[in-house]
Design a binder for this molecule. Structure first.
Ligand SMILES: [Zn+2]
Length: 142
């Protein structure tokens, strides 16, 4: 969904809260040169409402890899767990940057499963982050 098809009040809430970055991988609109997409955290196909509590900004990559998923496998335990839910979970409790600032590390089962499901450390994005880090554009300040 595009932010331009949202009711104005929801668009303003998202802009105020998510500040034009991906709530999953923290890629900024300015770095990617791509407008954020609006992710239904619980997909509309699963009766997820178009309400602030179920919407977030996500980069095109994360949104496409997430698709209609709400759960994924924790690679450490093999358990199926819920994906990160940005409206009632805190990023820093589930994820961290590695020392280089280019790899997202899953700290919890939710974090690990989300990193894998959304392909958050693919070669393409890690190489892009390496360039952003070299000029001080990444990771963004929360
Ligand atoms: Zn992302």
């Amino acid at each position: 969904m595009s932010e331009h098809t949202l009711p104005a009040n929801l668009r303003e809430q998202l802009l105020a809260t998510d500040d034009r970055w991906c709530v999953y991988c923290h890629t900024t609109e300015a770095n990617s040169g791509q407008p954020m997409t609006v992710d239904h955290i619980v997909p509309q196909a699963q009766d997820g409402p178009t309400s602030f509590d179920n919407l977030c900004f996500a980069c095109r990559r994360c949104n496409e890899f997430k698709g209609s998923a709400t759960t994924a496998c924790d690679p450490l335990t093999g358990e199926i767990v819920s994906l990160f839910y940005p409206r009632n979970q805190t990023w820093s409790e589930h994820f961290a940057w590695d020392a280089s600032g280019t790899w997202v590390i899953g700290l919890t089962a939710v974090g690990r499963a989300t990193v894998i499901a959304l392909n958050m450390n693919s070669t393409v994005i890690v190489n892009a982050r390496r360039r952003w880090v070299s000029v001080g554009w990444h990771p963004p300040e929360p």
